[in-house]
Write a protein that binds this ligand. Structure first.
Ligand code: MG
Length: 404
């Protein structure tokens, strides 16, 4: 017995619309999805994965300078499609669309017929799909294809979620429709190829305008059957229909400890705090700025303070830690990261830090070019325990959140 997988399929993808509701400029089929694929490539890929295609036609907007090249470029954002069409021997035919959808599909069908595809047979199924429907799934394609193989014509349909009314030209409701008998049809719409081409030729000769291929098939061929559509199989119509890139959020953690010795200034967050001792260190020893620098570099996965400013390098002798932080932060922001917030704890037996807190927050904010509200600093003592508790050292912890 013949199975549907033996049946040949051809694909007609319409990308000839004007994208008026996208609000100017960008043609929706050529926009990029977060995956990097164009909308058009995203709409074609699932067909290549689920069927044995013997050709693919894409219609592009006629009279639009550059539309042909843009369509080629959009399709080739997909490696699978490059392999299929450029290397795999499946013909890709780009053909001018018409003044409306009906004429575009007709042009596509005629282009297939004219291309002399060797495998085109009397039982070949053509699937007509919107180039702006990139969320179509392989199961939906297979289901539609299988039913078209069995019955000659099939289309995915969904019960409308809104209540539909018929209205007249003045907007007055003229008919209340029974929702349980209504269906919103999607694409792909699948038909026997040659009968659909014949039906389109007759429809043209008849001069009537049709909304889609199911109506043409109904008038000139036979009934159309439905499979259950998928709510996610939306057509991109408005800018808000484009999926947004997922935001990335990273946290970072930094820690540092420095000895406190006489004859050095006590620097915390770039602020000089009057005291009889200060941090020992290769640089100026600002323990808080070092912890913040490590938190930011760590969150971005870009190393640590030691890998950028090694203590063995004489360039960083007595270096201003504010400069080190500013340099590290530039590397982080150049990688696309933005600051969520920073929270710090300084562990120090004396002096009291509270009087300097706002000054320290502002100083760190100024180094990063950030708002002070995004940076917080707390102080703790070590309750006289250990080296920090005896006043021999100062410690700092910093955590941060970055996003892009
Ligand atoms: Mg340090």
């Amino acid at each position: 017995m013949e199975t549907t997988t033996d049946r040949q399929a051809v694909l007609v993808v319409t990308a000839a619309g004007s994208s008026q509701r996208m609000g100017g400029g960008a043609k929706k089929e050529f926009l990029r999805l977060p995956s990097g694929l164009s909308v058009l490539a995203g709409a074609i890929e699932p067909f290549v994965r689920s069927l044995t295609l013997c050709a693919c036609v894409v219609t592009y907007k006629s009279g639009d300078h550059g539309a042909l090249e843009q369509a080629h470029e959009a399709i080739r954002t997909s490696r699978l499609l490059r392999e299929t069409f450029d290397g795999g021997g499946v013909p890709l035919i780009l053909t001018e669309g018409g003044k409306d959808r009906q004429e575009s599909v007709y042009n596509g069908l005629e282009a297939l017929q004219a291309a002399n595809i060797p495998n085109l047979a009397s039982d070949t199924i053509v699937l007509v799909h919107d180039g702006a429907r990139p969320f179509v799934t392989e199961p939906l394609i297979q289901k539609t294809f299988a039913l078209a193989c069995a019955r000659g014509a099939a289309v995915p349909a969904l019960e409308p979620s809104d209540t539909h009314k018929e209205i007249d030209e003045n907007g007055k409701i003229t008919r209340h429709l029974d929702r349980s008998r209504l269906a919103a049809v999607q694409t792909p719409q699948a038909f026997l190829f040659f009968p659909l081409l014949e039906a389109h030729r007759k429809a043209r000769a008849g001069g009537k305008t049709y909304t889609d291929d199911t109506e043409i098939w109904n008038d000139y061929a036979a009934p159309v059957y439905t499979v259950r559509g998928e709510a996610a199989n939306k057509k991109i119509t408005y800018p808000a229909d484009m999926p947004q890139e997922q935001q990335m959020i990273h946290t970072g953690l930094g820690y540092d400890i420095h000895r406190l010795i006489a004859g050095r200034p006590l620097l915390l967050g770039g602020v000089h705090i009057p005291f009889d001792r200060g941090e020992d260190g290769h640089s100026d020893g600002d323990v808080l700025l070092h912890a913040v620098t490590d938190a930011l570099l760590g969150a971005a996965g870009l190393g640590d303070i030691g890998s950028y400013f090694p203590p063995s390098d004489m360039r960083w002798k007595d270096a201003d830690s504010a400069l080190l932080l500013r340099t590290a932060w530039q590397t982080v922001t150049e990688a696309g990261w933005r600051l969520g917030n920073i929270d710090c704890v300084v562990v120090l037996e004396a002096p009291k830090l509270l009087p300097y807190r706002e000054h320290i927050r502002q100083s760190i904010a100024d180094i990063l070019g950030a708002e002070r509200q995004l940076i917080f600093v707390k102080a703790k003592t070590r309750e006289k325990l250990g080296e920090v508790g005896s006043g021999a050292a100062a410690e700092a912890y910093a955590s941060c959140l970055l996003y892009k």
